[in-house]
Design a protein around this ligand. Structure first.
Ligand SMILES: [Zn+2]
Length: 205
C-alpha cells in the first residue's frame, strides 16, 4: 500500500472513526510492503503483507495477494477511458476506489489518470499492487475514513445497498459514484446517468 493510503484507512469495526497507527517493517520507495496497522480505539491489529493491507477481523490470516472477490470478476462492460468520463475526473492528486470486480480496471485507470492513486478493495485474484495501485482487503465495507476520495466504482459483485452506503460515505461531497447493475440509490445521491448496465451518481454536497 502507498504510504498516503495508510493515512485514510480506518478500523472496519463498528466504533467511532479513528486513524490507524502504522508501524512499517519494510518499505520500497513510498510503498509499505510489510508492517502493522494498529487501531487506537479497539486495539485491533491488521497486517500489511506482500504490500497488501488486510483489514479483516483481527487474527484472521491474510488471504494471498489478490484477495477474495465474492465472485470471480467478469470483465466490466466499460473501459478505463469511460470510467474517467463517468467519474468526471480531471487533474492530478487524490484517490479513486474500485471495489470487487471493478478493480479489474485498476492498472488501466491508473495509467489513464496519471497522478491519481487507485485503491483496489477486495479485487479479483491476480490484481497486483504497484506504485499507482494499492490493494486493501476487508471483511465488509470499505475500510476508509469518511469523505476522502474523488470517486468510487462498485463492481456488480459489490453493488448491494450496504456497499452503496459505504461508497457514499467515503466519497467527497459533490463527487461521483459508478455502480454496475440496476441499483436504487438513497436520497444522498443524485442519478446523473443510467444505461449500459451502469448507474452514475453524484454525492449530494
Ligand atoms: Zn478499531
Amino acid at each position: 500500500v502507498f504510504i498516503e493510503v495508510t493515512d485514510i484507512l480506518r478500523c472496519p469495526r463498528e466504533h467511532e472513526e479513528a486513524y490507524l497507527v502504522l508501524v512499517p517493517h519494510r518499505m520500497e520507495g513510498r510503498r509499505v510492503l510489510a508492517g502493522v496497522l494498529g487501531c487506537p480505539v479497539c486495539q485491533a491489529e491488521y497486517s500489511i503483507t506482500d504490500g497488501v493491507a488486510c483489514l479483516g477481523p483481527s487474527g484472521e490470516t491474510a488471504p494471498g495477494a489478490g484477495g477474495v472477490a465474492r465472485r470471480a470478476g467478469r470483465t466490466p462492460a466499460y473501459d478505463a477511458g469511460a470510467l474517467l468520463a463517468f467519474l468526471g475526473l480531471e487533474g492530478k492528486g487524490g484517490f479513486v476506489v474500485l471495489v470487487g470486480g471493478a478493480a479489474l480496471l485498476a492498472a488501466a485507470l491508473a495509467e489513464a489518470a496519471p497522478g491519481v492513486h487507485v485503491i483496489a478493495v477486495n479485487p479479483p485474484a491476480g490484481i497486483a499492487a504497484s506504485d499507482e495501485v494499492s490493494v486493501v482487503l476487508a471483511a465488509a465495507g470499505i475500510p476508509l475514513k469518511s469523505r476522502q476520495v474523488r470517486g468510487v466504482v462498485l463492481g456488480e459483485d459489490r453493488a448491494a445497498p450496504e456497499d452503496v452506503a459505504e461508497a457514499l460515505r467515503v466519497l467527497l461531497p459533490g463527487l461521483r459514484l459508478v455502480v454496475e447493475g440496476e441499483v436504487s440509490l438513497p436520497d444522498t445521491a443524485t442519478v446523473l446517468a443510467r444505461g449500459g448496465g451502469v448507474v452514475v451518481a453524484g454525492k449530494v454536497a
